[in-house]
Design a protein around this ligand. Structure first.
Ligand SMILES: Cc1cc2nc3c(=O)[nH]c(=O)nc-3n(C[C@H](O)[C@H](O)[C@H](O)COP(=O)(O)OP(=O)(O)OC[C@H]3O[C@@H](n4cnc5c(N)ncnc54)[C@H](O)[C@@H]3O)c2cc1C
Length: 470
């Protein structure tokens, strides 16, 4: 082994967990290598997750606005048409620009990028296999696993990449399906369902639970259900998909509800029932890394060390929400720990967002969770229709809901459904981080006219002193 094959830190995976960890490690002076099996850096997030889905959501929202709402503003578009190929290629360009930026970022920080499939082979050793190249062995004083996750496949609905697909293929349909079935009413199903519905598909979301987006605050979840139905999404709740049979051009689905079986036929079926940690071929069993036998998550200590000393794991591989910003925060904290600093992640203040329109964003406890804890609490809410900014934009739906401790007024959770909720939630995450009270937000001067005024009014409403609520 040459000196160039020895590193302070070897990172496997270049998603938002791995590449952010690599940059932080380099900043802290660690000689770092980042191994990626795919030709493109950036992981699921940049290539087949957050970024392409948001690019499609933005483009499809423009199309929907031009088709259905421009006239309200006095803008006549004439005969509108959709160039799906151009829309998809714009998305691909956004992705490739961003993945190139990650490469430049890593290079600029002197992180060595190594392409190939990595496998743990022994004491602090990683073997990298790349096509048409000799296997390479790297030695790391520490190794960080950041190999992310993959879609869960359901028996009876095996992915064929054509009729029965995962989110990856649903980001690139070459025609708008007339009828799109989606198994799973979580955020991926709702976001991609919104995209194709806006572009003209009839979309049916099939969910075996009695509601969509089950982790949301109940009131917000019910509002989302109502708004999406009004937009045209169809929901089959309490319904289980028994099987799906692809034919040349369709997919026939057998459903079960209340003990009765029915059938539906779609052009495509997106199965979006969740994701599972991706550890296949990584050699974790060979080196003795413990995983959760039920979920496959790698078990880590509070400083992200696995059951094997010197090997760490972060992101979708480990417990917690499968979100890019959670992976990045863990990457930074893990590396800071490895470098002898005190990194940490506050799991009580991780925002989550559903990028439907209106957007849904939340942080902290839901009202149901607070009730279950038996903590005294107060709620303040305020509708976006009460703000000037939302009126100007013609946004009539949604509200902000703030939950505070009944005795101390400390904010315990904020749940927003409305325009630009994804951006508004940042102020609420900061409020939770700082242990702020509703009074802190109520007395903070918010710009006018902004959507954030709805948050200030909701904060005022906790103490029943909202200025505009009637
Ligand atoms: C459709 C969709 C939309 C999403 N939208 C959002 C969103 O809006 N916001 C959000 O926060 N999250 C979103 N997510 C989730 C987000 O993408 C993930 O939580 C995030 O990418 C996890 O980061 P990670 O670094 O843990 O792993 P990943 O991003 O999965 O990266 C892991 C990398 O490791 C590589 N790898 C795996 N095995 C090996 C190996 N043996 N050798 C070398 N390399 C290997 C993989 O090729 C991959 O590049 C979305 C996901 C999907 C599918």
């Amino acid at each position: 082994m040459t000196a160039t094959d020895r590193y302070d830190l070897v990172i496997i995976g270049s998603g938002p967990g791995g590449y952010v960890a690599a940059v932080r490690a380099a900043q802290l002076g660690l000689k770092t290598a980042c191994i990626e099996k795919s030709p493109r850096l950036g992981g699921v997030c940049l290539n087949v997750g957050c970024i392409p889905s948001k690019a499609l959501l933005d483009s499809s929202e423009y199309y929907h606005l031009a088709r259905d709402h421009f006239a309200e503003h006095g803008i006549k578009t004439g005969r509108l048409s959709l160039d799906l190929a151009a829309l998809l290629s714009r998305k691909d360009q956004v992705v490739s620009d961003l993945t190139d930026s990650v490469r430049n970022l890593l290079k600029g920080n002197r992180v060595e990028i190594i392409h190939g499939k990595a496998r743990l082979t022994g004491n602090q050793q990683v073997e990298v296999a790349a096509e048409k190249q000799n296997k390479r062995i790297l030695q790391g004083n520490s190794i960080l696993l950041a190999t992310g996750s993959e879609p869960v496949e359901v028996p009876g609905m095996r992915f064929d990449g054509e009729r029965i697909v995962s989110s990856t293929e649903a980001l690139a349909f070459d025609t708008v399906p007339k009828q799109l079935g989606i198994v799973g009413g979580g955020y991926i199903g709702l976001e991609l369902g919104s995209v194709w519905m806006r572009l003209g598909a009839r979309v049916t979301v099939i969910e075996m639970l009695p509601k969509i987006a089950t982790t949301l605050d109940g009131q917000v979840g019910r509002a989302l259900d109502r708004i999406l139905k009004k937009q045209g999404l169809e929901f089959q709740l309490n319904t289980r998909v028994i099987s799906a049979k692809p034919t040349a051009k369709k997919v026939k689905v057998t459903l079960q509800k209340d003990g009765q079986q029915t059938g539906m036929t779609f052009d495509r079926l997106l199965v979006a029932v969740g994701r599972k940690p991706l550890t296949q071929g990584l050699g974790i069993q060979d080196v003795g890394i413990e995983t959760d036998p039920k979920t496959g998550h790698i078990i880590v200590s509070p400083d992200y060390e696995t059951s094997v000393k010197g090997i760490y794991a972060i992101g979708d591989l480990t417990y917690g929400p499968m979100l890019a910003h959670k992976a990045s925060a863990e990457g930074i904290a893990a590396v800071e720990g490895i470098a002898g600093l005190a990194g940490e992640v506050n799991y009580d203040a991780i925002p989550s967002v559903i990028y439907t329109w209106p957007e849904v964003a939340s942080v902290g406890l839901t009202e149901e969770a607070v009730k279950e804890k038996g903590v005294p609490y107060c709620v303040g809410s305020y509708p976006f229709s009460g703000t000037g900014r939302a009126r100007c934009m013609g946004e009539k739906e949604g509200f902000v809901k703030l939950i505070t401790h009944g005795k101390t007024d400390r904010i315990m959770g904020v749940h927003i459904i409305g325009p630009r909720a994804a951006d508004m939630i940042a102020e609420c995450v900061l409020a939770l981080e700082f242990g702020a009270s509703s009074e802190d937000i109520a007395r903070t001067v918010h710009g006018h006219p902004t959507f954030a005024e709805a948050l200030q009014e909701a904060a005022m409403a906790v103490r029943k002193c909202s200025i505009y609520a009637s």
